[in-house]
Design a binder for this molecule. Sequence first.
Ligand SMILES: Cc1ncc(COP(=O)(O)O)c(C=O)c1O
Length: 340
Amino acid sequence: MTTKRYVWQPTTAEIAERFDIDRDRVVRFDQNTSPDPTDWTAPFVPPDLRDLNEYPAASYRPLRESAARYVGVRPEEVVPGAGIDELIILAARAFLPPGGRARGYTPTYPLYQIATEQQGATFEGLSGAPPGSSHSSDLTWICAPNNPTGDRLPDVTIERIITSSPGIVVLDAAYAEFTNDRWGSWIDRFDSLLVLHTLSKGFGLAGIRVGYAIGNSELIDAIDRVRPPGSISTVSNTLAIAALSNPDRMRRSVEGLIVERERLADRLTELGLDVAPSEANFLLAHVGPEAQALAASLMREGLVVREFPHIPELIDYLRFTVRSPTDDDRLVNTIERIRS
Ligand SMILES: Cc1ncc(COP(=O)(O)O)c(C=O)c1O
């Protein structure tokens, strides 16, 4: 069977070389990462890197404790991974038997389908309103807020999906910091719920590749059994603990990005784009049949946006990560110039 592959835009170095642009002029509006610099991290990285000849302690106990304190659960209810992406692969491995069935509410984050199919299971994409009745499935993927649409299903809908799902429900909360969601009490109420968190989005640390899952201790144990022993480096581990132990820095950054998101949405709307309301750090806009051409023109100027040539219902859309006011103004002004 040929399974789907995740497709990325070219790297910054590739774009700089292909279009002869200074690397510093290439801006990523396609990856939903934070524009805020991470110079604050320097004091937390061991200066002499003395311990890096040793493996990190595979239990990652201090990291579990920091994450548990931050989300308000017990350390036994946390398992870390190299970003949510690794945890998605591990959840599929742990909960999907070969020939099993998973479902998700499409359009959504493509890795759910990819991880499902890599496991030899089938993925059913449900579009429109989530069902109230149960389909047979071993695993249901929910993304809240959803990438790429930016909306967040209401609590009552999420609750209905969980209570009507026969198998495990994996809720990807990558953008939870932007909605101030607290899923800790949900894992107490629902034994079948596993919630995935990351340091990549609100915390602005996509480069360190750290995420964690929360759920009842049986689900956590099931992930622990299939995870690699040391996929989080010592440096990443140290930085993740520092970030989780001081969430105020993250909160300030998120508050600023939410203000900037609304400003960017207004500016894009003024240009005539149909911008969907967003609860995350990106905006999905209906551009029209010229969406791909606009994305290509923007890339030639070093502005990388997310296009969806392989998703029929999103073919006329582009997704823009919210960045700094200066970068966002450059984006809007360039779109205006290209379209005039
Ligand atoms: C919904 C969703 N889940 C997971 C990820 C990847 O998260 P991580 O960097 O923790 O692997 C992303 C990144 O864009 C995302 O949008």
